[in-house]
Design a binder for this molecule. Structure first.
Ligand code: CA
Length: 597
């Protein structure tokens, strides 16, 4: 037993991957890491007790409270002479320490009894009684990659044969890839709010993308549509306890980089739980300066050298934060402006994909029809491909930093997009086939997302999960991963999918959407519910219902509303009751005729 501990401690203390920490505290960190490792590996009770004794004796309350890992810990007034020769304030090497502790193995049963007497409560008592859960006590770090407008098939690991995404593919190979993951809305601000609050957009009132000029509010609406869009909130309320605030309250360092799009100044990341904000504003795109290249004209992001590329810069800022986080657990939320318009890529990447497009010489039809819009059917947009690859390179930069710093082992990495790929407007840069339509639409192309979660030692590397989840679910899932109590009154609509990551069954129940707006991409106001294999869409202009069997019709080609009226009516009732329960605001009929086109 002691030999096993010795090996673990030695590798922690002397191996090349040992985390770089304050020399005053490296002993503490290493004890802690060792204990965490033993917990993870489901070590025997005796091994865990010994690791705990080491940790308690040498850590004391300050180091643990600082990191917030084991808040109930108390230093044990253990007679020094019995354990280590010398003063506890001295720094011991691991080898010295283990030599000193070696006799402990012989007296362990007696020590356990004495410990149980000394500690009537607290974590160590739980260890001694064998009650400590197998979960690691060290809180995991979180890196959350949110990509803007990335479509379901925009990654090689999700089937793209044109875009090249080796770094995200590697993330998928080391984590779990979800095939039925949804955004809470087919446009961006609402989904962003759902991740940070654990609530459907209908509850935060942010049901459409935030247009700082208010052009999509009903009083300013000037498009000749049958309905006036519903009014909606143009900022995330400060009284929401965001995911970042919940983690920060528990000792996490919190960092935001990139696109925010959840309200004006005063409602930016620094006002919603993030210690640092690099580039987050009211803007929905990189609309200042030279846009995707420095100078950025962004009051929350200092300009870099001329021509510096924004996704790479955001990755560098994220790495800098991770390097400076010390021994605090952290949340690094890298919210790319990519791959949203404006369509701009590095010249070398654009040229690479122009060559690739020429070599592939596609002869399939490029365009189909979705409502009044053309929809792209083939991925071959060289500039967009360059944007996807630049995002992938930035992800790779952050993942490499985790590896280099020895943090990959205790960092949960999440990858997600906020709505479907842009396929029916603004350059039509991508195709979401086999999914129907894209960003701005209630069909699967608008809301089904690529989603990857790497939870070291828990989620099976390279696994795939087909169970439906949605963007409200990150909040409770991440609290559960961190060993923190859930906040069900905050994340009202979120359901933890930690069980899925553990490989266990989990039925999250139906998933709902409410989008009472006209998108810029051709979509019309509507609502939807997915329950099992079935999805019902209700179009608010005329109440038309569409029912799809996603298990057999992923592309939503065959409307079964008339063939299965009982399923249609059951789902419609669910949707109506959900809207009533959540106080959904509906679009209104115009009181006067629509202005002429
Ligand atoms: Ca978006």
């Amino acid at each position: 037993m002691v030999e096993r501990l010795s090996q673990s401690f030695s590798s922690r203390a002397e191996g090349p991957a040992a985390p770089k920490v304050d020399p005053q505290h490296d002993l503490l960190v290493d004890c802690k890491s060792a204990w965490r490792d033993f917990s993870r590996k489901k070590a025997s009770r005796r091994e865990r007790v010994l690791a705990a004794i080491l940790a308690v004796y040498h850590a004391g309350p300050i180091a643990y409270d600082k990191r917030g890992n084991v808040p109930h810990f108390r230093a044990v007034p253990w007679p020094e002479s019995q354990l280590v020769r010398g003063k506890s304030s001295e720094t011991h090497t691991m080898k010295q320490l283990l030599t000193a502790y070696r006799p402990l193995a012989a007296v362990l049963p007696k020590l356990m009894r004495r410990l149980a007497c000394l500690l009537a409560f607290g974590c160590l008592a739980a260890v001694a009684c064998g009650e400590l859960p197998a979960e690691q006590p060290a809180r995991p770090n979180f890196v959350f990659f949110l990509v803007d407008d990335l479509g379901w098939t925009d990654l090689a690991c999700y089937g793209s044969s044109f875009y090249e995404t080796p770094h995200v593919d590697r993330l998928a190979a080391t984590g779990m890839r979800f095939t039925n993951a949804y955004a809470a809305c087919p446009v961006c601000s609402p989904t962003r709010s759902s991740i940070l609050t654990g609530k459907y957009p209908v509850r935060t009132g942010i049901t459409d993308y935030i247009n700082p000029a208010g052009g999509n509010q009903p009083e300013k609406w000037n498009r000749p549509t049958p309905l006036l869009p519903a009014p909606y909130n143009d900022r995330l309320a400060l009284d929401e306890v965001t995911l970042a605030e919940a983690l920060r309250e528990s000792g996490y360092a919190t960092f935001f980089a990139g696109k925010w799009h959840l309200g004006p100044e005063g409602f930016w990341p620094e006002d919603q739980g993030f210690d640092l904000n690099r580039g987050g504003l009211e803007r929905g795109g990189p609309y200042g300066g030279s846009k995707y290249f420095s100078p950025y004209g962004n009051p929350r992001l200092a300009d870099g050298p001329p021509g510096e590329h924004l996704p790479d810069r955001l990755a560098s800022e994220t790495v800098k934060f991770i390097e400076s986080s010390g021994d605090r657990p952290f949340l690094a939320y890298l919210s790319f402006y990519s791959v949203h318009t404006p369509l701009m890529a590095r010249d070398d990447l654009r040229q690479k994909y122009e060559r690739k497009r020429a070599e592939l010489a596609n002869e399939q039809p490029l365009w189909g029809q979705e409502g009044s819009r053309q929809v792209r059917l083939v991925q071959e947009h060289a500039v967009y491909a360059g944007m996807v690859e630049a995002m992938d390179l930035a992800v790779g930069k952050v993942l490499a930093a985790l590896d280099r710093l020895g943090l990959d082992d205790n960092t949960v990495v999440i990858f997600m997009s906020d709505n479907g790929g842009l396929s029916t407007s603004e350059g039509h840069p991508t195709s979401n086939l086999p999914l129907r339509a894209g960003k701005g639409w209630m069909y699967e192309g608008g809301v089904r997302e690529p989603m990857i979660v790497r939870w070291p030692h828990v989620a099976r590397p390279g696994s795939t999960c087909d169970s439906p989840v949605t963007s409200t679910d990150f909040y409770p899932t991440m609290l559960e991963m961190a060993g923190l109590p859930l906040r069900p009154r905050q994340h009202l609509d979120g359901r933890s999918f930690a069980a899925l990551l553990r490989g266990e069954a989990h039925q999250r129940g139906p998933i709902f959407w409410h989008y009472p707006h006209y998108g810029n991409q051709g979509g019309a106001p509507g609502g939807a519910v997915r329950d099992g294999q079935w999805k019902l869409i209700e179009w608010y202009e005329d109440g038309r219902l569409e029912l799809y069997d996603l298990a057999n019709d992923l592309s939503e080609r065959t409307n079964l509303a008339d063939k299965h009226p009982e399923i249609r009516d059951r789902l419609h009732k669910m949707l109506v009751e959900w809207r009533e329960a959540t106080g959904a605001v509906m679009p209104k009929r115009r009181e006067t005729e629509a202005p002429p086109k």
